[in-house]
Design a protein. Sequence first.
Length: 207
Amino acid sequence: MAESSPKVLYLGTGNPHKVSEFERLAPASLSIHPSPAPPVPETGATFFSNAFIKARNAAQAFPGPAGQIVFADDSGLIVPALGGEPGVLSARYAGENATDLENREKLQRKMKGLPPEERGAFFACVLVAVQSGSGRLVAATAGYVFGKIARGPMGDGGFGYDPLFIPDGYHVSFGLMAPEEKNRISHRAIAFRRLVSLLALQEEGGR
């Protein structure tokens, strides 16, 4: 990363799993600081809309000076055979306060009996970065990883739908995969690498 790139990015989330994952994804020259904010309804119809809602909410509640970069993500699983479900409702597929296990169990019920050719799926992640204080949009990126849904859980690593998702080219799920390997190919990793590069380019252009 160029020396002029941001040294600190503030992650607008209260989800410790996401904080840990972004900390592992960050290069040595970049520090990720959690910046939780009061819960805000995710009323957007798209991943971008919800990521922007969460980023702006965190930016407005940011306790430090204005002008810092605060980012948030919205991500989810898309199964074309189910018309795109769970989609933006991935975290609350089985209900507003559903657990990861309940969401996975609902997905398995809805996919029961589907042949292999209809078990394709992909994860999507959209990252939105804004300025603290104003909430002004700074950058947005997206990342995708394609694969299929297993007929039953494989491992208990990761979180969300990871134990059910087998990425293309692999025979194990994200739930069995070493964190280092998942972080190399995941939708979140791809979106984050793009965000870091885009912010670096903006810094270079502003010099």
